[in-house]
Design a binder for this molecule. Structure first.
Ligand SMILES: [Zn+2]
Length: 84
């Protein structure tokens, strides 16, 4: 946490290929998928598939997940399940 993650790297694999899946909001299963304003954004790593929520300074500098990114992420998720 803190000073060493200012550039928005994946906390797991240190990749910089990370994008915002939920910007300043929350619509997960925890609240019945209703849109809820939040200080936190959800970030996804397109290298290892890690997801995390943060309100760190680097969030505004990241781009949002595109349709192609989601497709890639879903494919990755399937592969990862097979590896387990
Ligand atoms: Zn990663």
């Amino acid at each position: 946490m803190g000073m060493n993650n200012r550039s928005g790297r994946c906390p797991k694999c240190r990749s910089i290929n990370v994008k915002v899946s939920q910007r300043m909001c929350n619509h997960s299963a925890f609240n019945g998928y209703h849109y809820t304003r939040s200080d936190y954004s959800e970030i996804m790593c397109l290298t290892c598939g890690w997801r995390w929520r943060t309100k760190a300074d680097y969030v505004p500098s990241l781009s949002d997940m595109s349709a192609a990114d989601w497709k890639r992420y879903e494919t990755m998720g399937l592969r990862m399940e097979l590896w387990v």
